[in-house]
Design a protein around this ligand. Structure first.
Ligand code: ADP
Ligand code: MG
Length: 395
């Protein structure tokens, strides 16, 4: 178990908060401030408890050198605007300049330290660099789940130097993930989609041991269908993974995990806007067509399956959702999951870059129990890996 902001007397303390300020920029300004906005609960709680807030983050990949383009200075301005508190920017993340900036900042203000990755020691998980960071504060707060799959000085080594707490985002993420795969309400369904089996082998292998129903959609379903002897035409299909797919199916069988695959599919001759498309039974995919989505009967049948499930974990769209109508299967299943969540019968947790975009496009992000924007860390967690940044909080 990990400690939270509620488990420590923060009054008069300086809190070093590992944030994820690696925000998208366009023309020198922040183009999407979601990650900054999400820091508000942690910042408010800390300042409310009488602590001084110092934000630590990486930004881009400067590879251990000072790169002007990758300064956090413009991001610090955005932090001030978005969170509505005075921000002091320190041009160094360690040493006298950092210390002076922290000392000079008002108690209800925020200090943003320069990009940690200007020092190679950050990605090297260097204990001396971690100590140098730790001397700047009294307590360490990790609020960057999205960086927790990396053992870096600011996510791992520093937790050995100071009392270590989970920030509000980290806490929410860990609680949601635990509700989905830790001690979930059963039955548990997983929806796994996306383009390729090869990128999600570890996810599939981990899930068959954990869930009661594994729904496989998207391009990766084609590989499974091919492995089961179906003709998938010119669909995206990793034929060299047929044996692997059969092994996963056998493993699911042995573990008592049911598999949900499409029984009908939406096909087209090309993946393009306005291309004529058709929904056909699985046995009727013509040689010159590609499968671009699950079919309407499959969407219906899978939606019905979700009704008897209590927990859903979702990564990967059911079809090539970027171009309609190939978003239909993903949207239908997403709306069903959202409705069941709102009705209280389903705990729904989703993550993955394209999945988050697909759920947002379906207009259901707010109706899921939790949508993780963590990307790589979310996937590693779905693979059953221990994340170093999380492990460091629990030590
Ligand atoms: P995430 O980013 O959520 O982990 P992925 O990157 O694994 O998801 O998968 C998303 C991609 O999968 C999208 O670009 C989508 O177009 C593609 N995809 C889904 N279904 C198909 C399909 N049937 N054929 C080709 N590509 C597909
Ligand atoms: Mg993706």
């Amino acid at each position: 178990m990990f400690k939270t902001l509620d488990d420590f007397d923060l009054s008069g303390k300086t809190a070093l908060v590992r944030a994820d300020l690696n925000v998208p920029m366009r023309d020198g300004t922040v183009s999407d401030a979601t990650r900054i906005e999400r820091l508000r609960p942690t910042v408010d709680a800390l300042i409310g408890a009488g602590a001084k807030v110092v934000l630590l983050s990486h930004f881009g990949r400067p590879k251990g050198k000072r790169v002007a383009d990758m300064s956090l200075a413009p991001v610090a301005k955005a932090v001030e605007a978005v969170l509505g508190r005075p921000v002091t920017f320190a041009e160094e993340c360690v040493g006298d300049a950092a210390k002076a900036a922290i000392d000079a900042a008002p108690m209800d203000g925020i200090v943003v330290l320069e990009n940690l990755r200007f020092h190679a020691e950050e990605e090297g998980n260097d204990p001396d660099f971690a100590k140098a960071l730790a001397t700047l504060g009294d307590v360490y707060v990790n609020d960057a789940f999205s960086a927790a799959h990396r053992a870096h000085a600011s996510t791992h080594a520093i937790a050995q130097c100071l009392p270590a707490l989970a920030g509000r985002n980290m806490q929410a993420e860990l609680e949601a993930l635990d509700a989905a795969l830790g001690e979930p309400r059963r039955p548990v369904a997983a929806v796994v989609g996306g383009a390729k089996v090869s990128t999600k082998l570890d996810v599939l292998n981990h899930l068959v041991d954990k869930v009661d129903l594994l729904i496989i959609g998207g391009g990766m379903a084609n590989t499974f269908l091919h492995a089961m002897g179906k003709d998938v035409g010119k669909s995206l299909c990793e034929k060299d993974l047929a044996d692997t797919a059969r092994q996963i199916l056998a493993r699911a069988d042995a573990a008592g995990c049911r598999i949900g695959l499409p029984s009908d599919v939406t096909v087209a001759a090309e993946f393009a806007a306005g291309a004529p498309s058709d929904s056909v039974p699985l046995d009727a995919v013509q040689a010159d067509k590609m499968i671009l989505d699950i079919g309407p009967q499959t969407a219906e049948a899978l939606s019905a399956e979700l009704e008897s499930c209590r927990t859903l974990i979702w990564n990967g769209p059911m079809g090539a959702f970027e171009i309609p109508p190939f978003d239909a299967g993903t949207v239908a299943l997403a709306k069903k999951a959202a409705a069941l969540t709102q009705a209280g019968s389903l705990t729904s947790v989703a993550g993955g870059g394209d999945t988050v975009a697909a759920l947002a496009a379906a207009g259901v992000s707010e109706q899921f129990t939790y949508v993780s924007t963590a990307g790589g860390a979310f996937l590693e967690w779905m693979e059953g890996r221990e994340l170093p940044g999380v492990a460091a909080l629990s030590a």
